[in-house]
Design a protein. Structure first.
Length: 471
């Protein structure tokens, strides 16, 4: 690098050669050139020059002023610069910009087209503030004002009252349904118009003056007293239904005999008297049919037959049908049981100390003299039978059928430990009902007919010890 700066003047273009450290000034256009290459390796001329700072009262350029950044010392950070008087670049505290928000104290524009428009105060250009918008909630608060031809298409009004001025009309058109909370209508007059359908829980009024009929449809009209003020000559009540009123009885009682000014001789014949709590005296009843409850025996004639008292019948009594009687018949037998009681054995019903495994053995069956049913069998034995399970069968052989053609009518089973009693204790074998596991009957009240031969058998799950005596 040269130790000295040599200034070379040239009136046009760049100098032909400059060594490092030399400057050349074009005297025509004021261009500054400097040498940038060492003289030992060749010559290069550059037309640009880097200054750390240039201080000047006025920088004038007919073209562009270019640079990485342009700083004006008299502008304030955060404010938006704009062109002022004589083209001077200035700023103002009423117009600022921070991050992504442009803030202006006043905005005068015919049209503002933006996604979000944030304001704090709403007012006319030449007037005072008419309202404000809260920062956190966005609630618009308007000062006392008049809204002319306003169109409100949504929202809820719940923080103030709406007052309609004198002589003015609040008109609701095509609203569908106007929902009013309970007790939401107050005032002393509702005039004009038509209410198509509504529900009034409680209506308090001095009078209802109707200009036409009131029809409440298929509903009840209730009151403590119904009073008619129509003059004599017009029926105060018209009823189309012919159904009798339960507590009124107006259709059956015209007058009551014996009450002044009526007398018994002037009363019309009553078609029906449906209720009379205490009728003390009554004359002769000539015709009619008694359809009430039964008359107590004490009030019947002495010649009447009574079923529940002792009476002596005199004279001839003829019954046109046979009198049905029920008789209880029992059969007693006793035998000494065999050791093989774990097989079915038939007990003789007509002879003592007989049993057999075959139904056609001697003296096993009994011929029934009449129709009947088997109710119970009482069994008493000298041995304890409660430790075994038992099965008892009642069978019949129909009259005219061979002895081997028996039919089982009912079976009773009894479980061990509780079904049968101990020694010398009566055990009830109940054929009349199915009780439980101690006495299970598959066909209660087995029936037989007169002439049938019946059989009774027993069987245990295992034979008891010895040969117990059974009654």
């Amino acid at each position: 690098m040269a130790s000295t700066i040599i200034i070379k003047n040239k009136n046009s273009g760049a100098p032909s050669s400059l060594i490092a450290g030399e400057l050349a000034i074009n005297t025509t256009d004021g261009g500054i050139y400097y040498g940038s290459t060492n003289a030992d390796t060749g010559t290069s001329v550059s037309s640009s020059f880097m200054f750390g700072m240039v201080t000047a009262s006025v920088v004038s350029a007919s073209g562009n002023v270019e640079g990485g950044s342009l700083r004006a010392d008299d502008l304030t950070a955060g404010r938006v610069a704009f062109v002022g008087t004589d083209g001077l670049l200035v700023d103002d505290s009423d117009l600022t910009f921070a991050t992504d928000t442009l803030t202006s104290t006043n905005l005068a524009s015919t049209t503002v087209d933006t996604t979000n428009l944030e304001v704090t105060t709403i007012k006319a250009k030449d007037g005072t503030a008419a309202g404000s918008i809260a920062d956190s909630t966005g609630v618009v608060t308007l000062a006392s004002s008049v809204l002319t031809t306003s169109d409100i298409n949504g929202g809820t009004i719940d923080g103030c009252n709406i007052t309609v001025g004198a002589g003015k009309t609040l008109e609701l058109r095509d609203i569908g349904t106007l929902n009013i909370a309970n007790d939401g209508i107050s005032g002393n007059a509702i005039e004009g118009g038509t209410i198509g359908s509504t529900t009034i829980t409680t209506l308090t009024t001095a009078a209802i003056n109707a200009s036409t009929d009131i029809d409440i449809g298929s509903h009840d009209l209730k009151a403590q007293t119904l009073t008619s003020d129509v003059a004599t000559g017009t029926a105060p009540l018209t009823v189309e239904s012919t159904t009798e009123v339960t507590n009124l009885k107006a259709a059956t009682v015209g007058t009551i005999a014996g009450l002044a000014p009526n007398t018994a001789t002037t009363q019309a014949t009553q078609a029906a008297i449906t209720t009379c709590a205490n009728l003390v005296t009554i004359g002769t009843i000539g015709t009619g049919v008694w359809q009430g409850t039964a008359v107590a025996s004490a009030y019947l004639d002495a010649d009447t037959a009574h079923l529940t008292t002792t009476q002596t019948f005199t004279g001839t009594k003829t019954f046109n049908e046979a009198i049905n009687k029920k008789a209880f018949h029992y059969i007693h037998t006793a035998f000494k049981a065999m050791a093989d009681m774990d097989t079915e054995r038939y007990v003789s019903l007509v002879d003592a100390d007989r049993e057999a495994t075959a139904e056609d053995a001697v003296s096993i069956v009994a011929v029934m003299p009449a129709d009947g049913v088997l109710k119970k069998v009482i069994w008493n034995t000298s041995s304890n039978l409660s430790e075994k399970s038992w099965t008892f069968r009642f069978k019949k052989i129909t009259n005219g059928t061979a002895y081997t053609g028996e039919t089982t009518l009912a079976t009773v089973t009894k479980q061990a430990t509780s079904g049968m009693g101990g020694s010398n204790t009566n055990s009830i074998i109940d054929f009349s009902q199915d009780i439980d596991a101690d006495n299970a009957c598959d066909n209660p009240n087995p029936a037989f007919s007169a002439g049938d031969r019946v059989l009774f058998s027993y069987e245990s799950n295992e034979p008891p010890s010895g040969t117990p005596k059974c009654n």
